[in-house]
Design a protein around this ligand. Sequence first.
Ligand code: THG
Length: 367
Amino acid sequence: MFNVFPTARLRPSPFYASAVAEGMTAASIYNRMIMPTSYGDPEGEYWRLINGVSQWDVGVERQVQLKGPDAGRLAQILAPRDLSKCQVGQGKYVPLCNHRGTIINDPILLKLADDLYWLSIADSDIWFWAGAIAAERGLNVEVSEPDVSPMALQGPKAEDVVAHVLGDWVRGLKYFWFRETEIAGIPVAVQRSGWSKQGGFEIYLKDGTRGTALWNIFKEAGQPWGIGPGAPATAERTESGLVSVGGDTDDATNPFEVRLEKYVDLDVPDDVVGIHALRRIKAEGVKRHQLGLILDGETPAPLGFAREDIHHRGAKIGMMTNCVWSPRMKANIGYALINADVQAGETVQIQRASGPVSARLVPLPFL
Ligand code: THG
């Protein structure tokens, strides 16, 4: 074991002390922050997410705030998805692309007011990007990072816990919709969202000094439902087909290649960043696509993010971007990013460090 020293550039989240107190045993770095990834019982943490309710420090999902008269215009310029009908209190999943149509982030956009938006980002620096584009386009909008940190409650029993704390109105929240409120005087936004397909909520803490207090309120309220600490789970998200931008994508991946087509609207205005490239890519047809892989063998392989080559009939057709043991499928599963002419149903060979392994290509999601 070694010690991690949080610094101004390796920022702990407001829930970091709680994560340590809960017995955090592993962490990663995301958005130049510490992201707890395990509490010592990966299998138990997985089943708690599938069957119960799991509490996550996801303060690394940092917010890019757009504020001012042109906030809505900037949001639309950044996102190749039609936002014209997005209402105050609504969130939307928006792939962000560069001018070549390459996906650079996939935040949840929250519309807090006509002149106030947050982009709840994945792992890349969007403040520079948004600020530069706003300035180049001469927009009247301020790009900043607010004091806002998400904590997630995920799993089939999350709704009962959140309703116990906040009231039954949360049961009526639609997917990605949110409401700003207070919990024991702590300012929060409560959204039906989270990086799993097991259902749940995210509580966006709006005062970084109150992290421990907020954590403990949900920890205590969740006792009757067996709440416990956890983290975004590679196994569950892979089974569920969720995309991890930067993990499953490379520096040439467009949204069509990784099943995000339904979040792209090609008829957004011409000033949207990347839209010309996306229209051209769509017209020419995508060269690669993302499929699931079910690997041969019945013993859990080590977690893999190595981007191993995939071969089909003796030729390299692409790469495996992640690989994890699925407790529900009892198999090692992963994602393939491969030539679009090789379809589900085919058998391929993955060039693993331990030697070649056969795998079957299947549609996503697995479950
Ligand atoms: N919550 C918050 N911020 C985040 C994430 C989150 N920022 C980083 C990262 N996760 C952003 N990426 C995603 C990816 C997928 C989803 C949410 C954020 C997601 N997708 C669903 C799906 O693909 O099935 C639903 C999308 C839809 O239908 O609109 O939930 O988790 N605060």
